[in-house]
Structures are given as C-alpha cells and as structure tokens.
Design a protein around this ligand. Structure first.
Ligand code: GLC
Length: 707
C-alpha cells in the first residue's frame, strides 16, 4: 500500500484504535486456549479490556504459532476489525523454532558470525512460514554471573563478541540490508535494553546499579554494536538501572537509545514490565505506570493493558503525548505495510510443511552443535579409540532427548537425536549399552566394555528465565557416579549438558576428559557422536569463565586491576578458601589437532597517532583434521590514569586450518584499538607500554609503546 494511504488510515483511526495498535495480548482471547500452539512466558494479567470491540483493535499477538492457528486468528480478527488493520504475530524462537539449534551461550562458543547468521536465517524461514513476523531475539545482555539462569540466552562475558554475534543474528533474521525485512525474513527484536544481565547477586529481575562508565564501556556496548544492524524492534528490560526502572526511564530510552544510539524504530516492553513499575514502587497505580512508560517512549505495551485502561485520563493531562502516540502508531502501520500484510496477511499452510525441519536446517543444526561443543579437558581419552567397540553410556543424560534448553519454542523432544542414536549412526559396529546408573549395569557387561561415556549435566528446567541458582555445582549423585566409573579402571570421558557454566572444582580431578555440550538442540546426538568418535575435532572456545565454586561467581576475564592483585599472599584480592582464577578461563577450548602457534612478529614496537601495527604468526595443524581455529587477541595497558581491565579482547578471527597445513595470520591494530573510556567518559589513550596476547591470557607475545 502506498505510504499516503497509510497516513490516511492513521487519520481515520479513533484514539481507542490507535491505543489498540500500541497494545499486545495473547491468542486465547480470540479462539480459546490451544495448548500446543500458545505459550505464555510470564505471569498472568487480568484480562482487562480484552473483550468486545477492544479485542479487535489490538495491534499484535504474542506466543501463538502454526500457520493454521495464526491464520484462524487473523481471519477472525479482520472480520471484526473496523479498519481491517492486520495483526502482527510475535514469538520467542531464540535458537530455533521447530529445528532447534544450540542455546545462544553454546552458539557463542563457535565465535563464528557465519554460524550465528545461518541459525537466524533458518529460524526466520520457519517462523515466517508459520505466520510469525517478529522474533524476540537476539538477546545481547552482557553476563558475568553464571548463577543467573538467563546466561544460557546470552553470548557470554565479552561486550564486543556479544555485540558482533547479535549483529550477525539480526542480519540472519531480517535477511535484508539496513533494516529491510526480506520476504522470508522476520523482524529482529534486540533485547533486553538495558544491562539486564547485571542483576545484583545474579538474581533474575533484580536491580542493576553501576557507573555510567561501566555502562558505556561494557554493559551498553553490545546493544550499541548490534543496533548498527538496524533491528526493527528493541525490548525494554525489567530491571531498574541506578534507581530508575528502564521501562520508565526517559534517559535510557530517549536520550541514550534513541539519541546516542540513534534507534528510530519500535520499542516494546518486556512481558508486563509497564505494569511492574508499580512493583518497583515508582508508580502508585496503573495509570501512573502507563503514563511513565508512554513518556519514556515505550511504543507497545506487552500483555498488561494499562495503556488501554488509562489513555483518556493520561492524554487529558498530557495532550502533547498524542503526537508521540501518532508517531508510534505510524511506525507500526508502516512496518505492517512493509511486510505486505495489507495485501496478504496470511501464512501459506502448505509452505509450512515443506519448511519446518527440512534437511538443510537439520544439517546446519548439526554443524552448529559440533562447533558449539567445548573440549575442556582431555587426558588422551578422546577421541575414543577405533578399536573400542563395546561402549557403555551411563548417566541421567545417557539416553535422554531432553537436550533443547528452556527456550525450545516449538522444538519437540521426539525430534532430538539422542547420544546412543548418534553413536550408532556414526559407527554401526559399536556395541552400545545404555544405563541411568552404573548399578543398572550387569558386572559382565562392565567387565567386557572397552570405554565408558558418562553423560551428565543440569536438567534443562534449571536454567533460563526465572531460574537463578545459589548452587551451580554438579549434582552430588552425578559426582558420585563419576567416582564409581573411575573405580572401574576403565577408560572414560564425561559429556556434560547445561545452560550455564557449572562449578566443578570438587570433581574435576576425577574427570580425565570433559566435553561441554551446553544444550545442543535437535541434532545433539549426531554432533556429539561425530566429535567423540573422532569424525571431527571439537573447536569451541569458552565465552564465559567457569567458576570453581558457586560463590566464586561472578568471575570474568576482564576484571579490573586492583591495588593488591591476587597472589599467594593473603594480603591480596582473592578468596582464602579457593584457588585463584576460574577453573576454565574465557577463550579456553582444546582440540584433537595439537595445533602449534609460532613465529610471532610485530611490525613496530612503538606507535603514534595515525599509525597501525600488525601482529603476524603461523598456525600449524599437524593432525588429520580440517578444522576452524579461533584466534583471540588481547591487550594489557600497563599504566593508565583510570583503572583498566587486566586483559581486554580487541580482535578475534575464525580461520580454517586444513589437515597437515600451516596458515599464516596477520592481525592489525590501530591506535583506536588501544583506547579506553576514562573516568570522564572520554575515549582516551595515554603514552605508555602495552602487552599483546594471542589466545594465552598469561604470556604476552609482544609489547608496544604508544608515544
Ligand atoms: C519474557 C522474557 C523476554 C521474552 C518475553 C516474551 O518475560 O523476559 O525475553 O521475549 O517475555 O516472551
């Protein structure tokens, strides 16, 4: 439809109809609850205003899927809508819709933007085929505390990586350049703006309090980077930020998001976040809450209906808000028009059957799962020797299909390839025995077996939204199982599934080999089997540090220097009852390749404005595996006027290293790469020495002096 007609449509709308476009509800108000096709991802709200004509002014629906259902609601809605403005359908398919890919924290361990983009493209195809127009993804919240259940949805503890991977997913979802949504694309919704991952104590929904320097240098940076890819939506977060709930913060939403970060599309609140301004105790009632959110520029109110209940009173007191409301409604109408919904508001039910779970997506899911797994430890146990044919798989996850994580959207456990199924597909000749516990295994079987795979981890319900934990150790029964397996004197390796880094200090010495698989998704068994049988090598590298004990969280690689850096003295910044540093650091990940880095060279040892320097080196792969190696470059500023982190990642790259080959690598740094945000919030660099690290956080490969 021509834009002129969209503007005419806006002019025809009543005020009630405009407010309807700024309101979002769930699907059961139209056709009743259809359990398998409607999900609710937050607390219930009284169905105020959700009857009669009001229901047919709503702008969008959340949590409904399947073309048959979205079409049924759309048809019913358009029959009753006075101006025939089609509905938008929005959902959370944060790592897949029907084909489920690894959880985002796992995907981030690929460090590969191509993979994140591919996951998003495939997910968008499935979503659009089912009539969904907006995906509440990517989440780029910076995280440092694995007690927070939602670290599973994040891209880890580095702000640059989080922003770049978020950009890649936005590209993949929208499929068009500069914010355009292609025909098989969906609108991306960047979330949760802002700093939701910094909840005090790792408790979900908790207050966030930090300096503006910490925000602009770290917690705000992933959104700033990802916004360059022009997502159509941004979601406001539940938390308060330094005293003001973000969903009511004109500073955060208007000055920073729309001003500094130049976002000019649609802002949607999180589930009920407008109403929850009353719980934050900054609004005495629903009217005040709605007024604060409207003034902050929240365009769409998710699920609570306070805009609908109080708009007349609010506008009577704030007539100037009508202009902002018209602007918001126009953006929504123009987005619906961009999608072609006025001409064709329906999904193609035949197309849906062709698209969902198609072989290409399943192959991409297997590849993504292989690249997400991180080999944390390996004392010559993996890959399993070819001659080992009698294999026991034991543990709570031995035959499990519960490998999709807690935001599995329409993923079905029945579609998941289990570990035994994957092992059989990898090698038909294997004689596999699968047991929940070692006690279930007959002594004769144990005697005959060549190798034991211990499949352990955290039940998927224990991570995700609303699942913060004080105890992130491995369950004691699983620690016991590992010790029992060790007692058998058989070779063994552990495969661990989780939505977060777990604290393994108490058991790690009894684990000779550990492959961390996160929740690998629909193709779990095929991916893991190929890795542990040596049909490929693990390549993942951690994007989040593993604490030794629960109470060592939060822990992250770029902690600030202190006046008493951690050392063996008790007069240093450390816990007296815990070894220094994480059990496994950011960037850690082993392979089967015995890769060697050599020949480090630096193009200059001094640097002035306008100059660049290049770090060159060779990466040699003496193994039979063609594989992808992630190279990570860090700097360390030895003296600065404001305290800086002890390490700062500045560059990373995924390079293909063919079997038996050596690859030359060059990485270039400019003066800007050495700058930091000082205590006056200025991007600054002071004269002095910097160390440069490649992959290894302890030993610099070169140093340079800025003059
Ligand atoms: C939830 C989550 C958010 C999600 C939204 C809609 O509460 O916080 O990530 O997109 O509601 O399901």
């Amino acid at each position: 439809m021509e834009n002129r007609k969209i503007i005419e449509l806006l002019q025809e709308m009543t005020l009630a109809e405009k407010i309807g476009q700024l309101s979002q509800t769930t699907g059961e108000h139209y056709i009743g609850k259809v359990d398998s096709e409607m999900v609710e991802t937050g607390p219930d709200f009284p169905a105020h205003m959700l009857e009669g004509d009001t229901l047919y002014t709503m702008g969008s629906i959340i949590g409904v899927s399947s073309a048959g259902i979205t079409n049924r609601i759309q048809r019913q809605y358009l029959e009753r809508s006075r101006l025939k403005v089609p509905l938008l359908f929005m959902h959370d398919a944060i790592h897949g819709y029907k084909t489920i890919f690894p959880i985002p924290l796992g995907l981030s361990c690929t460090w590969d933007e191509r993979i994140l983009q591919q996951v998003a493209e495939d997910t968008a195809s499935e979503l659009r085929a089912t009539g969904i127009h907006v995906n509440f993804s990517p989440m780029v919240d910076l995280v440092r505390d694995s007690r927070w259940g939602r670290v599973m949805e994040s891209f880890g503890e580095d702000h640059l990586l989080s922003g770049n991977l978020g950009r890649a997913m936005i590209r993949g979802y929208q499929k068009g350049e500069h914010g355009v949504i292609a025909d098989s694309g969906v609108a991306a919704c960047l979330k949760h703006f802002a700093a939701y991952g910094a909840g005090i104590g790792g408790k979900d929904y908790n207050a966030v309090d930090m300096s503006w320097r910490e925000f602009y240098a770290y917690y705000g940076k992933p959104y700033e980077i990802a916004l360059q890819e022009k997502p159509k939506f941004v979601m406001s977060s539940f938390n308060s930020f330094s005293g003001i709930p973000v969903t009511a913060s004109e500073e955060m939403m208007k000055e920073i998001l729309r001003g500094t970060y130049q976002f000019d599309e649609i802002i949607i609140s999180d589930w009920g976040a407008v109403s929850e301004l009353q719980n934050h105790r900054i609004a005495a009632d629903g009217k005040e809450a709605a007024e604060l959110a409207l003034k902050a520029g929240i365009d769409i109110e998710m699920v609570s209906t306070l805009y609908l209940q109080h708009y007349e009173e609010i506008l009577a007191n704030n007539p100037a808000l009508l202009q902002e409301i018209d602007a918001a409604v126009l953006k929504i109408l123009q987005f619906k028009n961009e999608l072609g919904l006025f001409e064709n508001p329906y999904a193609d039910e035949d197309l849906e059957h062709e698209v969902l779970l198609n072989p290409r997506f399943l192959e991409n899911a297997k590849n993504a799962a292989k690249r997400s797994c991180v080999l944390l430890k390996n004392e010559q146990m993996l890959p399993i020797k070819q001659e080992y044919k009698n294999i026991i798989i034991v543990g709570p996850f031995a035959g499990s299909n519960q490998l999709l994580g807690n935001w599995k959207c329409k993923g079905s456990f029945d579609d998941v390839v289990t570990l035994p199924e994957g092992m059989k597909r990898a090698d038909e000749s294997l004689n596999l025995q699968v047991y929940e516990t070692l006690k279930d295994c007959p002594a004769s079987r144990l005697e005959q077996c060549d190798f034991i795979v211990v499949a352990i981890g955290e039940q998927w319900e224990l991570s995700g939204e609303g699942h913060s934990s004080v105890n992130i150790e491995l369950e004691s029964s699983q620690q016991q199982l590992i010790r029992e397996v060790k007692q058998t004197n058989k070779p063994y390796a552990c495969i661990c599934f989780s939505g977060r880094p777990l604290a393994l200090q108490n058991i790690i010495d009894d684990i000779p080999a550990l492959l961390w698989c996160w929740y690998p998704g629909t193709q779990a068994g095929n991916a893991i089997a190929e890795l542990i049988t040596g049909r490929g090598t693990p390549t993942g590298k951690l994007t989040m540090s593993f604490p030794r004990h629960s109470s060592q969280a939060p822990i992250y690689y770029n902690e600030y220097s202190t006046g008493r850096p951690a050392n063996e003295s008790s007069y240093s910044s450390r816990y007296q009852d815990c070894e220094i540093g994480p059990l496994f650091p950011f960037g850690h990940g082993l392979t089967y390749t015995d890769t060697q880095y050599s020949g480090f060279r630096i193009s200059r040892h001094d640097l002035t404005d306008g100059q660049e320097l290049t770090i060159s080196f060779e990466v040699s792969n003496p193994s039979k595996y063609d594989y992808d190696e992630t190279v990570i470059l860090y700097i360390e500023d030895l003296v600065s006027r404001a305290v800086r982190p002890i390490r700062e990642m500045k560059k990373y790259r995924v390079i293909s290293v063919p079997a038996y080959q050596t690859v030359s690598v060059q990485m270039t740094l400019s003066v800007d790469d050495f700058r930091y945000l000082d205590h006056q919030l200025q991007q600054t660099i002071e004269p002095g020495k910097f160390n440069i690290y490649i992959n290894d956080l302890q030993t610099p490969i070169a140093s340079v002096e800025y003059r």
